[in-house]
Write a protein that binds this ligand. Structure first.
Ligand SMILES: Cc1cc2nc3c(=O)[nH]c(=O)nc-3n(C[C@H](O)[C@H](O)[C@H](O)COP(=O)(O)OP(=O)(O)OC[C@H]3O[C@@H](n4cnc5c(N)ncnc54)[C@H](O)[C@@H]3O)c2cc1C
Length: 487
């Protein structure tokens, strides 16, 4: 049998790969990372993440460093060509069920540097920079990966239990798994202009503004520090050529800023797409992040979806590394994630249509019409698609709230279930197969249980509920059934 070099080989060290490396670092597993570039890409793409993602960042120990580099986002307004409000999506400064604010703004290179630095203490992790994956094959109980170091032009073969392709939109790993995609049909070229203000300009909005128009749909984003972004749909009013002409750019921006106010940090063109790969796994090879799905950025959920992917996958991989390969567990990765990311992409496309003034303001079923006719949206929180747990269990696949056990020794309750399943129950139990907490000992947990009207819960390391037990059912049968799924 072929000797293996590592448990998990991660291809690509963008945000998805770096978060996966951090999540896997909770276990004593050997991890290798291949990255074809030599350092962090120095310009931002993503500028926003949400509460669910901050909870993941907290779980990998970067919250304290990252929070200093973020601002709390106040939300988004969609306005028409006369600046009339069409749809309001406020993100109130209130702590959500995930334990954080609903929405944050950040500078992507800051995040990526923090993620990489956080891995420095893991002696089980090996990062190969300047190294590109060029061949990949399932070989029975291992995956064979051939890569080439671009500085020395030397090649190397690595054998791993599992390989995860976090290698972005032009993923090589996806080519191995299968190129077929579900195309949701939204494809547009947009210019992205990142500006740095020379001084504070108070009349620029604090919110993201989506300027809906049939002529030139435009997004304005208030980013961290003095950074501001404009995204402009390319068409006959603002063409691909115009982006090369600074006078045209300043002329377009004159509604908001002039050359005296700001410098252009970068100008570029993106081809926004809306795709999901039909297959996310082949044997022991997986894809995650942009390799698995692409979304226009109108909701700021592309990177977030990639981080949800690896949060779903890391503990399943770790389980298989420790207890043996389990097809049944691994096949739930795609089915659970696909439905969730699909809902984000569809809502994003609805926003894109509204921006183009060809769509309805009812972009999701969380939009409510006020008595005065204005519309307000609350954030969507799609549950997981079918997978582990029972369809008939109403709580299965929903996020378990972040619980702050103020005065207890286990103040950050999330840490209790960040590596393995945990059983919470109202009764004292003598179980050895699963870690157990009696909720009666913790006022806040008991309150949550009473609100949900349940007797027991099994929680997954990604903070989702695996299964719940209503008050009148048999607890031993419930535990056995839930654990059986993992064996
Ligand atoms: C204009 C714009 C705005 C956006 N705004 C947001 C936002 O506000 N919020 C949000 O959540 N998302 C946003 N996104 C989406 C977000 O930027 C991406 O989803 C995210 O960066 C993808 O991360 P990733 O790690 O999956 O892929 P990438 O960041 O593309 O990383 C892939 C890595 O793999 C490496 N690689 C590729 N091939 C190989 C190989 N063969 N061998 C070794 N290494 C390889 C690459 O060098 C790269 O480092 C935005 C996107 C755009 C374009």
């Amino acid at each position: 049998m072929q000797n293996k070099n590592c448990n998990v080989l991660i291809v690509g060290f963008g945000p998805t790969g770096a978060v996966l490396a951090n999540l896997l670092s909770k276990y004593n597993l050997s991890i290798h990372v291949l990255e074809k570039e030599s350092k962090v890409y120095n310009l931002p793409r993503a500028v926003h993440f949400d509460d669910e993602i901050m909870r993941i960042f907290k779980s990998i120990g970067i919250y304290e460093k990252l929070i200093k580099k973020t601002i709390i986002n106040k939300g988004t307004k969609f306005v028409d060509e006369n600046d009339n409000l069409i749809l309001d999506w406020p993100r109130p400064r209130q702590i959500t069920d995930n334990g954080f604010y609903p929405s944050y703004r950040f500078h992507q290179p800051d995040l990526e540097k923090i993620l990489r630095k956080n891995l420095a203490l893991n002696n089980n992790l090996k990062i190969y920079y300047n190294t590109e994956l060029i061949e990949l094959e399932n070989k029975g109980k291992v995956v064979k990966a051939k890569c080439i170091n671009k500085s020395t032009n030397t090649s190397q073969t690595i054998y791993a239990d599992y390989v995860v392709g976090c290698d972005g939109a032009n993923s090589f790993v996806k080519k191995i798994i299968g190129q077929e995609t579900i195309d949701f049909g939204f494809q547009e070229k947009w210019a992205v202009l990142d500006l740095i203000m020379k001084k504070n300009k108070k009349n620029l909005p604090d919110r993201t503004i989506q300027y809906c128009s049939q002529n030139t749909p435009t997004t304005y984003c208030r980013n961290v520090g003095r950074r501001r972004r404009w995204e402009i749909s390319l068409n006959k009013n603002f063409t691909e050529k115009d982006i090369l002409n600074e006078n045209k750019i300043w002329n377009f921006l004159s509604k908001w800023v002039t050359q005296n106010d700001a410098i252009i940090e970068r100008k570029t063109i993106y081809n926004f797409k809306s795709l999901i790969a039909k297959k996310w796994r082949k044997g022991r090879i997986f894809i995650a992040g942009d390799a698995a799905h692409l979304s226009p950025p109108f909701m700021g959920q592309g990177m977030c979806s990639g981080l949800r992917d690896v949060s779903n996958l890391f503990w399943k991989l770790a389980h298989c590394c420790y207890f043996g390969h389990k097809e049944k567990i691994l096949e739930t990765y795609e089915s659970e994630r696909l439905e969730n990311v699909k809902e984000y992409i569809i809502t994003t496309i609805n926003m894109g249509k509204l921006l183009n003034s060809i769509g309805d303001p009812n972009v999701s079923n969380t939009v409510k019409e006020n008595q005065d006719g204005s519309r307000v949206m609350t954030s969507i929180k799609p549950p997981l698609g079918p997978g582990l747990g029972s369809k008939s269990d109403k709580l299965r696949g929903h996020v378990f709230p972040f619980i702050n056990l103020q005065k207890s020794k286990i103040q950050n309750f999330d840490e209790q279930f960040d590596k393995e399943l945990i059983l919470l129950s109202k009764q004292e139990l003598n179980c050895t197969d699963i870690k157990h907490i009696n909720v009666n000992k913790y006022k806040e947990l008991l309150k949550t249980f009473n609100n949900l009207n349940i007797k027991a819960l099994i929680l997954r390391p990604d903070r989702f509920i695996l299964s719940s037990l209503e008050n009148n059912s048999d607890i031993n049968e419930f535990i056995n059934k839930s654990i059986l799924q993992m064996s």
